[in-house]
Design a protein around this ligand. Structure first.
Ligand code: DQA
Length: 149
């Protein structure tokens, strides 16, 4: 069974209490449960993680690259949080490992402040899901199950 690796970046541990008008009332534990159900429906194992540290996220992308080489990775779903808009290091890690990444945002970043409109992840992502609340995580897992165009 292949693994869907769901990586969450900075401040996503605060889901539920952080700006609920933007991000909703569900906690990160709720999101993990939602992802577990979606993975079960699509025949994936789930590996669900969160870190507030850019380098840790880079290390996890490298780990995903090794899983890709071993044939055990279905793909990565990455909500890089604010690092989306700043991190050349995450861009380079995705490019350097060749892992299939689905960029995910709970909010519609394009309808928010201009500094959220640029993403360093999008040019190296397989696709982008934004604006569907935490339901976007299940949509991303379903997308991983689709054959590549
Ligand atoms: C976010 C959007 C980012 O701009 C923000 O910095 C986040 C969360 C989202 O899921 O909507 O931390 O990635």
């Amino acid at each position: 069974m292949q693994t869907a690796l769901v990586l969450n970046g900075p401040n996503l541990n605060l889901l539920g209490s952080r700006e609920p008008a933007v991000y909703g009332a569900q906690t990160l534990a709720d999101v993990e449960a939602l992802c577990r159900a979606a993975c079960a429906a699509h025949g994936f194992a789930l590996d669900f993680r969160q870190s507030n540290h850019e380098g840790v996220l880079v290390d996890w992308i490298h780990e995903a690259g090794r899983a890709l080489a071993a044939g055990t990775l279905a793909g990565v779903i990455l909500n890089a949080g604010a690092y989306t808009h700043t991190s050349v290091a995450l861009h380079d890690a995705i490019k350097g490992t060749g892992v299939a990444v689905i960029e995910l945002h709970i909010s519609n970043v394009h309808a928010r402040e201009p500094f959220r409109h640029h993403s360093y992840i999008s040019p190296v992502a397989r696709g982008v899901i934004a604006g569907f609340g935490v339901a976007g995580y299940a949509l991303a897992i379903a997308a991983l199950a689709e054959p590549r165009p």
